[in-house]
Design a protein around this ligand. Structure first.
Ligand code: KG4
Ligand code: ZN
Length: 346
């Protein structure tokens, strides 16, 4: 029996999970509400909140799993990428615990863990599979050949998909994080009402910054044009009125474009690799329009599609635990000298 405690602290969720033989026994997540008032994550405040949360969160995860510290065979943590001050809290905690219990330490890459969250449900993909990971910080298409062998086939060259949602929401005057709100209004709107351009980006890479710029001008001139022209500019009052009267259609049209950018590249990846088991991962996979379009595309092209439950899509330690379990089986441990890294190298 292999029992592992995993800790995730890369951004603004403090999370701990216990997994036994690849089965998640607990997945406790403390979300940090402190950032809402600032319209984004404040790194310094995130580190402080992790310090406050980590002991009670780990304690709760062990209790919910019905596991004592003495039963742990390894301690795992997110090593990279993320906010360095946030990562340090989790790394330091995991090191201390591994040292005290005299058990091995396992370092996990956050983006690999998002992909392997797809192995948590009982019905899961076999290798090889493709995964579209869409979160607030990342947008990647990954070819997963085994639990320890993954290749990034394409990624964003500027903003992440979640950022595209959140920045658009900000332009519309919606609070942070705006992704879920755009989803909500989009469900009531007409996605074909406004037309936003699809960028022509080479290979399997993505770009969302051009879309953001066209939305900015579109709103500034109250829907007259997607490019900047002084004579089209409207007063702030007129812009606000335009948004208020057309919010659902604007959200639906923007969301439809973000989804088509994502899924057209995924379709290309399936064509190029011949791999037809396809997964979604990351916080943006909560988007109802994306989920529907993904499943529909899978049915149309005879793919086998997988989406983890919402709890395992946003940042969570369950995905770190499942990844750590496979690393344990492969004998991939790290020394107590290990350091976190803010950067995303694999
Ligand atoms: O994976 P995640 O929880 O955190 C990161 O690692 O970034 O993803 C958070 C992102 C945010 O940008 C949020 O707006 C977006 O996921 N998101 C959504 C939805 N739910 C969360 N975007 C669109 N529609 C949703 N329903
Ligand atoms: Zn994440």
């Amino acid at each position: 029996m292999i029992t592992i405690l995993a800790i995730e602290s890369s951004c603004d969720e403090t999370s701990a999970s216990v997994c036994r033989d690849g089965r998640i026994l607990s997945n406790v997540i403390a979300t940090q509400a402190v950032h809402e008032q600032y319209g984004g994550v404040v790194p310094e405040l995130a580190s402080r909140a992790h310090m406050e949360n980590i002991v009670p969160v780990v304690d709760k995860a062990l209790k919910q799993a019905g596991v004592t510290m003495q039963e742990l065979n390894a301690v795992a943590f997110t090593q990279a990428p993320g906010l360095i001050g946030s990562l340090l809290v989790g790394v330091q905690f995991a090191k201390s615990m591994a040292l005290a219990l005299d058990v091995p330490l396992i370092a996990v890459h956050h983006m690999q863990a998002h992909v392997l969250a797809n192995l948590i449900p009982e019905e899961n993909p076999s290798f090889p599979f493709l995964c579209l990971t869409v979160s607030g910080g990342h947008t990647q298409i990954v070819l997963c050949e085994s639990a320890t062998q993954m290749t990034v086939l394409g990624e964003t060259i500027d903003d992440a998909a979640g950022e595209a949602f959140d920045k658009t929401a900000k332009l519309l005057g919606l609070p942070y994080p705006g992704g879920p709100l755009i989803d909500k209004y989009a469900q009531l709107g007409n996605p074909d009402r406004f037309h936003f351009p699809e960028p022509q980006i080479p290979e399997l890479n993505f770009s969302f910054s051009g879309l953001k710029t066209s939305i900015l001008y579109f709103l500034r001139n109250a829907g007259t044009s997607l490019v900047y022209k002084e004579e089209f500019l409207k007063t702030e009052e007129e812009q606000k009125q335009f948004i208020a009267e057309n919010l659902n259609d604007i959200c639906a049209s923007i969301q439809q474009r973000i989804i088509s950018i994502l899924l057209n590249k995924l379709k290309k990846a399936v064509k190029e690799t011949g791999v037809k088991q396809v997964c979604l991962a990351g916080g943006v996979s909560a988007n109802s329009g994306l989920r529907k379009a993904f499943v529909a595309m899978g049915e149309k092209h005879h793919w086998k599609t997988f989406i983890p439950s919402f709890e395992y899509c946003t940042d969570n330690a369950g995905m770190i635990a499942i990844t750590a379990y496979h690393k344990y089986l492969a004998g991939e441990f790290v020394s107590l000298a290990v350091q976190p890294s803010a950067r995303a190298e694999w």
